[in-house]
Write a protein that binds this ligand. Structure first.
Ligand code: XIL
Length: 346
């Protein structure tokens, strides 16, 4: 039958997945497996490097050093197989994925300008290196603290305000990659414990418009499923009206939408495989039907295409210790009900 990317293409969309090269520590190594690469090539029109464009890999050599080799290896594979490549991500607060030198760096007597220089240098160097080979960037990832709704702080924003840092990243990206689509990417928690997240992201998006910051799209990560697996966006019928109000507000401001990191946490679903897979598929189907009802939705990108290599297994395990099954292909690379659910939704 037709690939998921061909099906997505029927409505002018693209389908894809993340892939990991395993660089910089205990990171996903799906790229090393030829079976994984074959499924990517067969199903996908777009590919996201799971970690290789983060500061933790690209900037691990220290200030002034850029190691493009890990990401370039993935990009060569994408290009050889006719896949677009997404730039994930130019600015992310996460301390674990920011090299230590950033905090220890000598910011000198004008620390704000030095922080700004580092951000601008990073964005400009990456965008210039790739030129038209990357036409969509998650410029800023997860800028908002979901509990407080405030901007998150990072070593770079000790000196420069977080708003200035975020705005600067987008402005520098527009200048260095004028043809690229610029995305603000966030997981959008959908749990009662984070009531500030949604309004704060809407304020952020409004602020971009008021200040003329060049942002084209909102990337919805789409780590859906039962709460607690990741800081996820649980989606159920009872949430749909509130979720639509959020999407309506985002699109009313003129932003396009992408699903950038879809997976379905089955952390708390029943153990029997058939039942678990069926619930995962139903959950994703309801979510995708809602998302696909927005003509503004472009890409549908998974955060991993087989259960064999999946970041969720590195987070809190299921209480029964069974491996999680959050993707459309199982650990033997056989299509699961989730694959059929995505195909049907498309
Ligand atoms: C994750 C990777 O999948 C892991 O391999 C890594 O250890 C941590 O980062 N939201 C994001 C992604 O924007 O960059 C994260 O990727 C998953 C959550």
């Amino acid at each position: 039958g037709p690939s998921l990317d061909v099906l997505a293409g029927l409505s002018g969309r693209r389908f894809g997945s993340a892939i990991g090269g395993g660089h910089g520590g205990p990171l996903t190594r799906s790229f090393d497996d030829p079976a994984y690469r074959a499924i990517m090539a067969a199903e996908c029109g777009v590919m996201t490097p799971e970690n290789e464009l983060k500061w933790s890999v690209l900037r691990r050599g220290g200030a002034g050093s850029f190691d493009f080799a890990p990401a370039d290896r993935l990009l060569a594979f994408a290009e050889a197989n006719g896949m677009a490549f997404r730039g994930h991500t130019l600015l992310w607060h996460h301390p674990q994925y920011t090299p230590e030198w950033v905090a220890k760096h000598d910011y000198g007597s004008k620390p704000a300008s030095e922080a700004a220089r580092l951000i601008e240098e990073h964005v400009t160097t990456v965008c210039s290196h790739y030129g038209r080979r990357i036409l969509s960037y998650d410029v800023v990832n997860e800028a908002i603290d979901p509990e407080t709704g405030d901007y998150r702080t990072t070593p770079l924003t000790q000196h420069l305000s977080p708003q200035e840092a975020v705005d600067l990243a987008f402005r520098a990206a527009r200048a260095a990659a004028p043809e690229a689509e610029l995305v603000y990417n966030d997981f959008m928690s959908w749990e009662p414990g984070s009531p500030r997240h949604v309004p704060a992201v809407l304020e952020l998006l409004e602020g971009f418009r008021k200040r003329g910051v060049p942002v084209d799209a909102m990337g919805i990560q789409g780590h859906i499923g039962d709460p607690g697996g990741a800081k996820s966006a649980p989606f159920a019928a009872r949430d749909e009206r509130a979720w639509r109000r959020f999407l309506d507000a985002v699109t009313a401001m003129g932003y396009k939408l992408h699903i950038t990191e879809l997976d379905v946490s089955d952390k708390k679903l029943p153990a029997p495989t058939a039942e678990r897979d069926a619930q995962v598929a139903d959950y994703a189907r309801a979510y995708l039907d809602c998302m696909l009802s927005y003509p503004q939705l472009g890409d549908i990108v998974l955060w991993g295409i087989t259960d064999q290599y999946n970041w969720l297994n590195g987070l809190t395990p299921r209480s029964d210790g069974l491996p999680k099954r959050p993707t459309p292909y199982d650990d033997q690379f056989r299509a699961k009900p989730l694959r059929a659910a995505i195909a049907d939704a498309l």
